[in-house]
Write a protein that binds this ligand. Sequence first.
Ligand SMILES: Cc1cc2nc3c(=O)[nH]c(=O)nc-3n(C[C@H](O)[C@H](O)[C@H](O)COP(=O)(O)OP(=O)(O)OC[C@H]3O[C@@H](n4cnc5c(N)ncnc54)[C@H](O)[C@@H]3O)c2cc1C
Length: 464
Amino acid sequence: MDSARALSDARPTPFWLEDPGRPAALPALVGGTTCDLLVVGGGYSGLWTALIAKERDPSLDVVLVEGKEVGWAASGRNGGFCAASLTHGFGNGLQRWPAELGHLERLGAANLDGIEATLGRYGIDAEWERTGEIDVATQPHQLDELHEVAEAVARHGLDVTVLDRDELRAQVDSPTFLGGIWDRDGVAMVHPAKLAWGLKEACLGQGVRIFEHTPANALSEHGSGMAVRTPYGQVFARRVALGTNAFPSLVKRVRPYIVPVYDYALMTEPLSAEQLAAIGWKGRQGLSDSANKFHYFRLSADNRILWGGYDAVYHYGGHVRNEYDQRPETFRTLAHNFFRCFPQLEGLRFTHAWGGAIDTCSRFSAFFDTAYRGRVAYAAGYTGLGVGATRFGAEVMLDLLEGTRTERTSLEMVRSKPLPFPPEPVRWAGIEITTRSLERADRTGGHRNLWLRTLDRLGLGFDS
Ligand SMILES: Cc1cc2nc3c(=O)[nH]c(=O)nc-3n(C[C@H](O)[C@H](O)[C@H](O)COP(=O)(O)OP(=O)(O)OC[C@H]3O[C@@H](n4cnc5c(N)ncnc54)[C@H](O)[C@@H]3O)c2cc1C
């Protein structure tokens, strides 16, 4: 079957958000209110910040405002790979913070355990499966790179399992697989929207007041705190935490650090027992290949395959727009690549196709700071690996607002910032050249051209 036909029934909407358990939106804020802490944004960043603030001090009056609905954006439409890594993977962390990577890895592992413990504590059923992730090589040069990473991981006293071709294909069978490394404990699979909705429920249970369809339109100083304007009201807050991800930050100077990059995914119909048997996958791990333009794929609880990634699309001007969520040419490419990976599944159909914005920054891992003399904190720049790391970012924002130096705020990663992106049209041109160079590197045995080597030297990059 050609890939266009496999897509012909696909609904243009995120599979996860279609769940019958999707909660109704809470009423918008009308009139004025006061609070100790205002959280802006109802994705994981905002939800974790509100929840942990209440856990740290139950007497704190916490309000969360969400412009649309809790979990509608990246948090409800991602791949559901919940990783311990705080640095967009071990390799990126090693390149940028070699001296503190061991520390970052320990904090990341504790963060992942903390997420799992929270799910247990509040009885959140988010289809959590701590099955780990296998990074797969589909080209000989990727095999060498994976082995180098495995050696570096081992030098840091961490554990990954190296799989040769046959061992890998005994786990998940694709004729394209040459070998892989399996991080057994550092990644869990989760139903992304159920995680967001569960956190919303937990916040409400702890007394957080949540207003949906309530965009925060402007921030200003007010007495010793802040005033935040919304369409039908105003919030006076002692402190404000911003979890607004790829959307324009209310602190304007943060904007040049982030570009919204669109990432896309497909979901198949549920596999029959025979189809599943044809590919194995009894361990239900998440997988991703190791190309610059990489795919990520995993099973859902009802044995569908989510297949995403490959294209990472930046639109001139850097806007976040609903119409960018659909990109038929990317869906066709993804479908084509899916059947190349799993020819055994010929005839399988896709039921859902969607995209969403990620907050890419030039170092691929989040940055943190305060504004308005310490009254406002922000965390952004998770670049496609924020499902787990946003909880760490929430802790950092709360530490910063409390003004206390902690193990987290002492980190070089937390104290430093990425290089900002240049203004348009240089920004668009630079991203375009980088994307084409990365594509070429994938076709030429991983060879990085002069442009990419220069960016590497400057510590700059573009990723999803
Ligand atoms: C297709 C896709 C696949 C991905 N796959 C993975 C993955 O497998 N693993 C992984 O770790 N990461 C993945 N990510 C990234 C991950 O989803 C994000 O890093 C994470 O969800 C970020 O959470 P957040 O709360 O910061 O942002 P969001 O979920 O985007 O939430 C931000 C919220 O803020 C609200 N908002 C913005 N401005 C305002 C305002 N002024 N007033 C009020 N509300 C406002 C928005 O409406 C939105 O709901 C993926 C992302 C996409 C799009």
